[in-house]
Design a protein around this ligand. Structure first.
Ligand SMILES: [Zn+2]
Length: 138
């Protein structure tokens, strides 16, 4: 086996095969915030969860993955995480208004894309570790 810049070359029984990798790093963090689901007040299909129309607190959990080019930390975990956390800094509980987890994830992907263009990005946002979403840029 021979290491190369793009992967490892495996030599098996005289056949040379180049392994390719999709490399990503991921970081996690949590943000205390409130949001609500305005449609729960009026949509008959949401009658059983109409309480969601009112602002309520969650500990929103984030798991953010981004493509990297090599194994030597071209995006450093802690620096990346600190930057992401800085996007949500506030002196009180973050008010996310009527934003769903999916909207929060999409907005974050757009901010990451603006800073790190051309890389695959995925963002998972959950509510208290119970339910959540996963958005992946393509
Ligand atoms: Zn909620």
């Amino acid at each position: 086996m021979v290491s190369t810049k793009s992967g490892k070359r495996i030599i098996m029984e005289g056949v040379k095969t180049e392994l390719k990798y999709n490399r990503t790093i991921w970081v996690t963090f949590r943000v205390e915030g409130t949001h609500c689901y305005p449609a729960a007040a009026t949509d008959p299909a949401l009658k059983s969860v109409d309480f969601l129309q009112y602002p309520h607190r969650h500990l929103f959990g984030f798991r953010v993955s981004i493509e990297v080019q090599h194994n030597e930390r071209d995006i450093e975990f802690i620096i990346f995480k600190r930057w992401l956390q800085s996007l949500y800094e506030t002196n009180s509980v973050l008010d996310l208004n009527g934003k769903s987890c999916e909207t929060i994830a999409e907005e974050l992907i757009e901010k990451i894309h603006a800073k790190y263009p051309g890389r695959a990005i995925s963002v998972s946002v959950d509510e208290d570790g119970e339910n959540g979403c996963l958005l992946q840029s393509i």
